[in-house]
Design a protein around this ligand. Structure first.
Ligand code: PBG
Length: 325
């Protein structure tokens, strides 16, 4: 009788590493950066300990550190001083993100700069679009999102990442980019973005909490999974180069379904609440931070993500360099 003994393949480190199915890799990481107006600012974000608000003049050291660690991509979020109902700071040539893109590309052309395309940090009402009759007007918002994406491309962004969840925004953005000679600027679409309570620490950091209502009329219902497939399919048809699932941890099943259904690179956003919970628990001595972060990020990769956007990117890169996982 043949004996099956799976433990043979777990006997020691060498054999475990030979049969390891999932490996975290620095190349797969995107690090989020928050930019604020002003000078000489590097201020820790209270809801995201270890992450900072940077004024553009202070970004150099951070970029050098990322390059040193081997991190090749950043995603930029702007926190403007002035907000209005049309979010007009979001598409200004001298807007905070536009200045940041230019500065980073000037410092290191080999760092890939991705820009978050959304309006919620820029509107006085905190919603991700133009308000009409107390609701976000999809098609009016598309015109603004297109302008924002174009302004980022003009500043030198390598990739734009719409996170608003309006219908048909990928098509609108692709069209305006192509019409203006930016055929090579890619789109990473937040395709399955859920209406989640895990964004809390980010909203505090980006001052983007909606001033009335919530985002349930545009972000997805956490109860739904088939809908994520429909959303993702539409984004791919409209021209998304990379699709995204967000948040990551409570949605690992969605990552896997998308991986099994489509053949495009998948990004997962390990969001602020997921980060803050681990930081808080580690601070209280309840968990071993390094061990749980590695386990958590591995689970995201194992679920099917090719790319992970995470506030832990620098820590993970350091750990991988100290001793390959
Ligand atoms: C903007 C945006 C949000 C996040 C990324 N882009 C917040 C939101 O939709 O409310 C959340 C990121 C995080 O929590 O880390 N629309």
């Amino acid at each position: 009788m043949l004996k099956h003994r799976p433990r043979r393949l777990r006997m020691n480190n060498q054999i475990r590493s030979l049969v390891k199915e999932t490996r975290l890799c620095i190349d797969d990481l995107i690090y989020p950066i928050f930019l604020v107006e002003g000078n000489n600012i590097k201020k820790e974000i209270s809801t995201l300990p270890g992450c900072y608000h940077f004024s553009v003049d202070m970004i150099k050291k951070e970029i050098e550190e990322l390059v040193e660690l081997g991190i090749k991509a950043v995603i930029l979020f702007g926190v403007p001083d002035i907000k209005d109902e049309a979010g007009s700071e979001a598409y200004k040539e001298e807007g905070i993100v536009q200045k940041g893109i230019r500065e980073i590309k000037k410092l290191r052309n080999d760092i890939m700069v991705i820009s978050d395309v959304c309006m919620c940090q820029y509107t006085d009402h905190g919603h991700c679009g133009i308000i009409e009759n107390n609701g976000v007007d999809n098609d009016k918002t598309l015109r603004y999102l297109s302008k924002i994406a174009l302004s980022h491309a003009l500043a030198g962004a390598d990739m734009v990442a719409p996170s608003d969840m309006m219908d048909e925004r990928v098509a609108a953005i692709r069209e305006i980019l192509d019409d203006n000679g930016f055929k090579d600027v890619s789109i990473m679409s937040y395709s399955a973005k859920y209406s989640s309570a895990f964004y809390g620490p980010f909203r505090a950091a980006a001052h983007s909490t909606p001033q009335f209502g919530d985002r349930k009329t545009y972000q997805m219902d956490p109860c739904n999974s088939d809908e994520a497939i429909r959303e993702t399919e539409l984004d791919i048809m409209e021209g998304a180069d990379i699709v995204m699932v967000k948040p990551a941890l409570s949605y690992l099943d969605i990552i896997r379904r998308i991986k099994d259904n489509f053949n495009v690179p998948i990004a997962a956003y390990n969001v602020s609440g997921e980060y803050a919970m681990i930081k808080a628990a580690a601070n209280l001595g309840l968990v071993d931070e390094k061990a749980v972060v590695i386990e958590m990020l591995t689970s995201i990769k194992r679920a099917g993500a090719d790319i992970i956007i995470t506030y832990f990117a620098k820590d993970l890169a350091r750990w991988i360099r100290e001793s390959p996982l």
